[in-house]
Design a protein around this ligand. Structure first.
Ligand SMILES: NC(=O)c1ccc[n+]([C@@H]2O[C@H](COP(=O)([O-])OP(=O)(O)OC[C@H]3O[C@@H](n4cnc5c(N)ncnc54)[C@H](O)[C@@H]3O)[C@@H](O)[C@H]2O)c1
Ligand SMILES: N[C@@H](CCO)C(=O)O
Ligand code: NA
Length: 435
């Protein structure tokens, strides 16, 4: 059995995990793949690290470009990250007729259209299971398992770092910065952790899922993105009191008018399975017309969970690399000429329900003024709490949960509420999904 030769670019968290798992489970993986998958060369600019992780068993290089040009290499595994050098390396690998496996969601969400077009032209595969929800086989599920269905929407906890932060803050009352440091030490966070905290990483993943769920191009630049940095602990507590959990969700939903593609902190009924996904765990809920709802749960980050997905792709590529390109699973699940340019809707056109918190003067008539504005805007109220003002305080909190409405209408109503003299400061608005 002639081995298939792999060039591994980047041997950090995921690269290290990939090397270790491939070695540990080599025998079983070979039995599945039909031939040995051999890491021939590892390229990392940190040669000392590469030596330590590999024990010097394979060829080492600090020049990743030499590896993508090496005629011996059949598959390039890109685990460097970012869209600078990683993009150049992936494009070069494709140009050189090599298959690519990558965990790089940033690269695919931003440059995927160009990369998949080049791969299609060259007849090579670009596999990316590790790019979304780490070890959870969600790409496989969306692209192959659900092909009978019209997918209606999907919603996921797809960033381990922020879910870990939200869980630890809620359960242990730990401060944000401390939990973030822990997430970084555990290898969950991106090189630039603002990508995690500000929702960018989740938006990369939601963009990729939207493309394969609906057969649309990557439209990351159209995604609405709001992270957890402005989330107030008081809203987490009020949400609990109302029977909700706040999670950073990535949502992609098909509507007649277009696609909703958004990432934001979201109130979810506490009884839902997905509301109970804690720590660095990920979960993706998919609603499809024939099968109904399916839920995918597991580790979305970390060395070996992510390596699990990278190696699954390596096995897929090994099994399929001699197949006629036409007989392979299309990169974006739909045949390339069937990808449709459905627009992503602006956030003002999104339909959802809202949690609104306002700090108001504690006097008669205030609530009536606020509810009148909402009624005038055609927004109905689902639940309401008015806190009693604390001893000696003239102001108190009102929390309102609304029924579904168009975001533009909610924005206009919020502006009017904020203009009331009895309302102090800004209205805090969080979106809610019943899922
Ligand atoms: N860490 C996770 O849990 C996780 C999960 C899913 C996907 N990912 C993605 O996997 C990729 C890698 O992430 P990571 O956490 O392993 O990162 P990392 O920083 O731990 O590893 C990156 C490695 O690439 C090397 N490198 C950087 N520039 C290089 C260059 N020009 N040439 C050669 N080597 C170079 C670094 O020295 C480092 O060893 C990223 O795209 C990330 O988004 C990570
Ligand atoms: N930084 C990412 C890694 C997995 O893609 C996360 O926290 O989920
Ligand atoms: Na995955």
């Amino acid at each position: 059995m002639k081995p298939i030769n792999v060039g591994l670019l980047g041997i950090g968290t995921v690269g290290g995990g990939t090397f270790t798992v491939l070695k540990r489970n080599a025998e079983e993986i070979t039995r599945r793949a039909g031939r040995p998958i051999r890491i021939t060369t590892v390229a990392d600019k940190n040669l000392e690290l590469a030596r330590r992780v590999t024990g010097g068993e394979v060829k080492l290089s600090d020049d990743a470009f030499a590896v993508v040009a090496d005629p011996e290499i059949d598959i390039v595994v890109e685990l460097i990250g970012g869209y600078g050098v990683a993009r150049e390396l992936v494009m070069k690998a494709i140009e050189n007729g090599k298959h690519v496996v990558t965990a790089n969601k940033a690269l695919l969400a931003v440059h995927g259209n160009e990369i998949f077009a080049a791969a299609q032209k060259k007849g090579v595969m670009v596999a990316f299971e590790a790019a979304v929800a780490g070890g959870i086989p969600i790409i496989k599920a969306l692209r192959e398992g659900l092909t009978a269905n019209r997918i209606e929407w999907l919603a996921g906890i797809i960033n381990g770092t922020t879910n870990f932060i939200l869980s630890e803050m809620r359960d242990k009352g730990l401060p944000f910065a401390e939990v973030l440091k822990e997430a970084q030490a555990l290898g969950y966070a991106e090189a630039d952790p603002t990508f995690d905290i500000e929702g960018v990483d989740a938006a990369h993943k939601a963009t990729i899922m939207s493309a394969i769920a609906f057969g649309i191009p990557m439209q990351f630049d159209k995604a609405y993105i709001e992270g957890i940095s402005k989330l107030d602990a008081v809203d987490i507590a009020y949400a609990e009191q109302l029977g909700y959990r706040i999670k950073l969700l990535g949502i992609a939903r098909r509507r007649d008018e277009g696609i909703e593609l958004r990432v934001h902190p979201t109130l979810i009924p506490a009884k839902r399975l997905i509301a109970n996904v804690e720590g660095a765990m990920n979960a993706v809920l998919v609603q499809a017309d024939a099968v109904g709802a399916t839920l995918y749960y597991g580790k979305g980050a970390g060395a070996e969970p992510t390596a699990s997905a990278v190696i699954a792709d390596l096995v897929d590529v090994t099994r399929l690399h001699t197949a006629d390109p036409e007989h392979r699973v299309p990169h974006l699940a739909f045949q390339p000429d069937q990808v449709q340019d459905i627009p992503v809707l602006p956030i003002e056109d999104v339909v959802t329900s809202y949690y609104l918190r306002m700090h108001v003067e504690d006097k008669p008539g205030v609530l009536a003024d606020i509810t009148r504005i909402l009624a005038d805007s055609g927004i109905s109220i689902e639940a309401l709490i008015q806190k009693e003002a604390a001893e000696g305080e003239s102001h108190t909190d009102i929390i309102l949960l609304t029924h579904q409405t168009v975001e533009g209408k909610a924005n206009a109503a919020i502006v009017r509420i904020e203009a009331l003299p009895v309302v102090q400061g800004r209205v805090t608005r969080l979106r809610m999904e019943s899922l």
